[in-house]
Write a protein that binds this ligand. Sequence first.
Ligand SMILES: CC(C)(COP(=O)(O)OP(=O)(O)OC[C@H]1O[C@@H](n2cnc3c(N)ncnc32)[C@H](O)[C@@H]1OP(=O)(O)O)[C@@H](O)C(=O)NCCC(=O)NCCS
Length: 423
Amino acid sequence: MNTPQGYRLISVDESRAREVLHVDAFAFAFTVPEKDAGFIHEILPWDRTRAIEVADPMRGTEGTLAAVHASFKFGTRVPGGREVPTSGLSWVGVHPGHRRRGLLRAMIGDHFARSLARGEVISTLFAAETQIYQRFGYGMAATEARVQLGRGAEVRPLPGSEDLIVEVDSASLERHGDAIASIQSRMSRPGTVTTLAPQSLADILMDLEIDREGSEELRIALVRDGADPVAWALFQRKQDWADSGPDGKVRVRAWGALDAAATMRLWGVLADFDLMSSTHAGKFALDDPLLLRLKDFRSAKVTIADNLWVRILDVSEALEARGYAADCDVTVQIDDAFLPHNAGVWRVHVAAGEASVTRDDTTDPASADLRLDIQELGAVYLGGTTVMELVRARLADERTPGTAAELSSAMASDVKPLANFGF
Ligand SMILES: CC(C)(COP(=O)(O)OP(=O)(O)OC[C@H]1O[C@@H](n2cnc3c(N)ncnc32)[C@H](O)[C@@H]1OP(=O)(O)O)[C@@H](O)C(=O)NCCC(=O)NCCS
């Protein structure tokens, strides 16, 4: 991928941390007071942070940064229970004075090449604007529900969940980082970041005054089963008073739970703080136990949004790394304009839950059983969307009758995917 004329792609180490922050502050329209700016050192992986520097005075002051991005080293849970090496793209920003000149395109090419060289077979992201990344082959792999729970929202009780212990505290990386990492590593839901980069743990627990918007400092609710941590939530309450009395709001920044009992115990606390009239949260999978156990689903004012986007970087490695629910043997023509090594015909052969995915140069592309774009393969990878749904939406072509249903059943997951914290 070519870097536009007048610019050069570089690695940036921590000595340029403030310059990286400067570019993203311009790109995302925020200002960090000088006293807080040191946070950037903690939250970026400095061996995986890249930038585009001005190389020609015609483009601006030579040596200044025009664009930046970073990628976290993650392990992502996939259907079947394994974890795949993942490059979590983040902090993508192009200074407004340099936008629409191809700098993002150049950074994406660089990100893909470096991720592949490190053996990372998928890239994931949360999109600031959903149109940006589809052109590069990212598919919407998970959706999430966002809810507003009234105080004491009624749920169908779950015997035993009340026996779990809840601690409420001010959040701290030192005191709570290990518990969060331990819960994440045991979560079975596809899409979960099960192995976190240390910097993303620091990011989740970062408590900057500019993020508070008048609310309290960052708090944590930690649910334990004996000594074992089983659920966590980071939240902030904001006090308010209406004519009728207290009208505070709880905002839950991120949360995760191992099972239904832990989920119900956690939300029993989060949705019932004194003086708070509502609790606002996202990162609910559409099959989350809390949503299924609400007595009045409508009262939760559920909205649906995109959650995790997945880009398959290496078709055979990525498909062989996940589990399958049924056997199949189909040929698939994959289009990939950005990474030509993925394009062509692949034979997906699954037996006893294990896939062998091999290039099939003997089949004429036009006679492969199915045809889809790499973006659509990303969309079905975690089992959130099915191949049959793509075919019905005319986003995939079935050429041999019955093969779409065959691949669809094999790739289906009975657990909806979700990434439970943003990065
Ligand atoms: C989004 C952003 C990174 C794009 O950077 P850029 O250098 O201007 O993008 P490029 O010039 O490489 O554009 C590549 C393509 O994406 C398109 N594109 C870029 N940003 C887009 C957007 N916000 N919406 C729709 N299309 C967009 C361009 O039109 C171009 O299309 P083409 O391939 O058909 O020519 C930049 O505008 C930015 O930093 N925005 C604010 C921060 C942000 O949203 N970051 C992403 C965080 S997830």
